[in-house]
Design a protein around this ligand. Structure first.
Ligand SMILES: Nc1ncnc2c1ncn2[C@@H]1O[C@H](COP(=O)(O)OP(=O)(O)OP(=O)(O)O)[C@@H](O)[C@H]1O
Ligand SMILES: [Mg+2]
Length: 237
């Protein structure tokens, strides 16, 4: 039985790429990538090192502008916006989690979680406290990030990514620097929180166990995206 991957909904995709092309110098990395993440859907992206996964995530997160094609967030085209307008749109639509957590070392854990909410003009303190509690760090809000473990820091980064209730969370190897137990805990929290909140997730991962938690798995190869449904642990028998 094929698994149902679409969430029936009149809403536009949380995230959409249409024929996205990008490269560096005379190297073309992405040759026209199209994909969509529906609200509440978890999509995994895998592919060899250097295949352009991080490049794609940066473009989809609006941190960089594609050389061709279109990026849409919750029904609005954003690749044509200037950096400032895009940063304003990002709040509430897109949360970002990276392999290394990029916390601001001079701010408390609680303030780190609040940063995206501050940018959107919404203080979000209660929301931030709730998320810290949800990731098991309720009593660490006043600490500086420097005293936390790697797994704890990544859980702060998850809380930060979700604080504005984004339509989609883009995560680039979020468990890549963690040991197996912490990786499982962070992946469970990411997917569990996103499902509770109805956020879509685009998860870049090398780890087949993590990819197996997704609703759908995509593979980036030679600058193009393919679907690999048979890889999802649903043997065709
Ligand atoms: N800022 C940049 N300037 C020049 N080349 C770049 C830049 N960013 C990425 N590249 C090149 O683009 C290609 C894709 O890199 P990217 O980081 O997207 O790969 P990746 O799939 O994320 O790899 P990994 O699995 O190792 O993280 C690589 O050949 C890389 O050298
Ligand atoms: Mg990468």
């Amino acid at each position: 039985m094929p698994r149902v991957t679409r969430v029936p909904s009149a809403l536009p995709p949380a995230l959409e790429a249409r024929e996205v092309r990008h490269g560096f110098g005379n190297q073309t990395v992405l040759h026209g990538v199209s994909l969509a993440v529906q609200p509440g859907e978890v999509v995994a992206v895998s592919g060899p090192s250097g295949s352009g996964k991080s490049t794609l995530l940066h473009l989809l997160g609006g941190l960089d502008t594609p050389q061709g094609g279109e990026v849409w967030w919750a029904g609005e085209r954003v690749d044509t916006l200037n950096t400032q307008a895009r940063a304003r749109r990002r709040a509430g639509r897109v949360g970002l989690v990276f392999q290394h957590h990029y916390l601001l070392e001079d701010l408390s854990v609680l303030d780190n979680v609040r940063v995206p909410a501050l940018l959107s003009g919404d203080g979000g303190e209660e929301r931030a406290r709730g998320l810290l509690e949800r990731v098991g760090l309720a009593d660490r809000g006043r600490d500086l990030p420097g005293v936390l473990s790697g797994g704890e820091r990544q859980r702060v980064a998850l809380a930060r990514a979700l604080v504005t209730r984004p339509a989609v969370v883009l995560a680039d190897e979020p468990t890549g620097s963690l040991d197996r137990a912490n990786a499982d805990r962070v992946a469970e929290l990411l997917l569990g929180l996103a499902r509770e909140e109805g956020s879509g997730v685009l998860l870049v991962t090398h780890d087949e166990r993590q990819a197996g938690r997704a609703d759908r798995a995509l593979h980036l190869l030679d600058g193009r995206i393919g679907e690999e449904q048979e890889e999802l642990g649903h043997p065709a028998s």
